[in-house]
Design a protein. Sequence first.
Length: 225
Amino acid sequence: MELRTIEGFEAHLTEELKWRLSELDTWERMVKACRPHEQVGALRAGVTLLYAHWEGYVKEAARAYLEFVSRKGLRVGELRAELAAVALRNMLGKGEQSKKAEDHTAIVEILRSENQSEARIPYDRSTIRTRSNLSFDVFEDIMHSLGCDAGRHEISRTLIDARLLKNRNDIAHGREMLISLDDWLVMRERVVDVLKDVRTQLANAATMGEFRRQPNIIGLPMQKL
């Protein structure tokens, strides 16, 4: 799908979420149709499915936003700091690895010259680092790197870390973990709420041009009337 336009980007976000929600709805109907003794295994599998869509949508939505911004052809100096950091991540990483002051000085000079260079924002799936373990802290870090806010979902931190993530990891490692249908429905509702907000924040950021660096008004000389 074309991600150069706002319309194309928003459509991509919506379609990516739509098929995931449809699959979760189908799964719910299947589980409810199971006999009680069949629900045990089905719900365990349902936790891994829910986690897959949690990580999958966050990763794809973030990746798509980076592609959308990358296709704007902006200079590094035109990007807000968080996205400029993504564009310069490889360079910053080299500086972090080196302990030599001369290397750090060289990188500062490069960063200064890069300010007017075209931003090369990577947007392949490996750019968004979920570490195959999308905890709330990792989610928060991803949202920050996009210039978005995860703090409004602080109330979901414990549910995501102590219930969704922990249960998924226990199940993935073959541990016996019994999940009730009510537990699964609560986790699904909360995760879906967060994912819908991810879509909204990114769509709004694209529409409002929030990927651009905001001019510093303080200290600018007053114009003559």
